[in-house]
Design a protein around this ligand. Structure first.
Ligand SMILES: Cc1cc2nc3c(=O)[nH]c(=O)nc-3n(C[C@H](O)[C@H](O)[C@H](O)COP(=O)(O)OP(=O)(O)OC[C@H]3O[C@@H](n4cnc5c(N)ncnc54)[C@H](O)[C@@H]3O)c2cc1C
Length: 371
């Protein structure tokens, strides 16, 4: 259920390696129409190699990231450079989310499997899905229906909580730029991330401003709100002098950031993957990467005829909890307001700038995922 990150990756793994009948149900009929960027870290890019990533994508369609450059949002001072690429084999990439999903979808001919219908409900006792008042039986039902999952409602607590954070995402084009770094600016209760998402002659860039400071703004917090003009103006006023790329912005959208209240992997032969199982703050760029890991683990269990709730939970729960804790700590450190704490944070970042050991320790837990 759902042709997002976890649904498409799982569909591809199943189609490439196993002779099973699959149907992918998707409620949207326009699947690949946004220009948001996505960062994918080595733990998930090694899984993408199993579904022929190097064959599916041309070199200029994604960017291989070298470093994270950390700056102070207000003074612009460069605080630190954190290495993200340690060897040739390890890939940390950024890519256009739509292109990423579309190319994989086309390569594995998932159009043969997709049904453009919204699933209204599932009958967990009989393992059936309900589409337009008709019921269809499946041996396994995999919920990949994202953070706003409604399909869990009869089997789990489906409540989500608003994190208090908003992400405002914009994109712009630039010619002839050789950048291969992610830029991060740390402010008080806010941070900004900017990165290139491909290597075309005219390359696309993406920026995300994550802030707590929008509580009194008249925007919808119920859904992802495309092209919010009001915020666009406010953002421009605030940052356009500092960053000239703001003036080049082509589109801007607002994403209120939600978290699932409980981690849930499913019930009987119904399994939950990705944000539907564990939505969390994307401060370590792990939402999609964890959705990809989930899809891989479920696929492996299925291949070995070991797929059940206990095994999936055993393999995923501890890791997901650890990544959620890290993401929460990271946002706290990024958004520090206390001057003394900020001072120590910045000193620490400066001392370890460009240190291979520090960079590796910082990300080791996340990047290392054994296949
Ligand atoms: C601002 C922001 C920035 C992010 N940046 C990154 C990043 O850089 N790196 C990263 O790894 N992650 C990032 N993430 C997180 C990442 O986008 C998500 O974690 C990831 O997309 C989750 O994948 P998924 O498969 O669980 O759900 P989704 O990709 O959201 O897919 C869910 C799909 O299910 C469909 N669906 C829902 N209900 C039904 C239904 N009833 N019937 C049929 N279809 C249905 C939806 O239409 C959708 O296509 C970011 C998130 C935000 C908010």
């Amino acid at each position: 259920m759902g042709a997002g990150v976890s649904g498409i990756i799982l569909g591809s793994l199943l189609k490439k390696y196993l002779n099973v009948n699959i149907s992918i149900f998707e409620k949207r009929n326009q699947l690949f129409n946004n220009i948001n960027g996505l960062q994918l870290t080595p733990n998930s890019t090694q899984i993408l190699d199993l579904i022929n990533f190097p064959e599916i994508f041309k070199k200029e369609e994604f960017l291989s990231i070298e470093k994270l450059k950390v700056h102070d949002l207000y003074s612009g001072e460069l605080l630190s450079e954190i290495l993200l690429k340690f060897n040739q084999k390890q890939k940390y990439i950024s890519i256009n989310r739509s292109l990423f999903l579309k190319n994989i979808f086309q390569y594995f001919k998932l159009s043969e499997n997709i049904v453009y219908e919204e699933i209204k409900d599932i009958d967990s006792q009989n393992n059936e899905i309900i589409v337009k008042n008709n019921k269809f039986f499946f041996d396994y039902i995999i919920l990949c229906d994202g953070i706003f999952s409604k399909l869990k409602k009869n089997i789990a607590d489906q409540s989500i909580s608003f994190s208090g954070l908003y992400a405002l995402r914009g994109s712009y084009d630039l010619t002839n730029d050789n950048s291969s770094n992610i830029h991060l600016w740390l402010g008080e209760n806010e941070h900004l991330v900017n990165y290139k998402i491909n290597n075309f002659e005219i390359s696309q860039y993406n920026y995300v401003w994550i802030t707590k400071n929008l509580r009194n703004f008249p925007i919808s917090v119920q859904n992802y709100d495309e092209n919010n003009q009001y915020l666009h103006e406010m953002f421009k006023e605030k940052f356009s002098k500092k960053f000239n790329f703001i003036g080049k912005t082509k589109s801007i959208s607002v994403w209120p950031i939600y978290k699932t209240k409980n981690i849930f992997f499913g019930y009987k032969n119904i399994f939950c993957l990705g944000d539907s199982s564990h939505g969390f703050i994307p401060s370590r760029a792990q939402g999609a990467s964890q959705a990809i890991e989930d899809a891989y683990v479920l696929f492996k269990l299925f291949e070995k005829n070991n797929l059940n709730q206990k095994n999936l939970t055993n393999q995923r729960l501890r890791r997901i909890k650890r990544i959620i804790r890290k993401s929460e700590k990271t946002i706290f450190i990024y958004h520090l307001k206390n001057s003394l704490l900020k001072f120590f944070r910045n000193i620490f970042l400066k001392i370890f700038s460009n240190s291979k050991i520090f960079s590796s320790l910082l990300n080791r837990d996340i990047f290392n995922f054994k296949l």
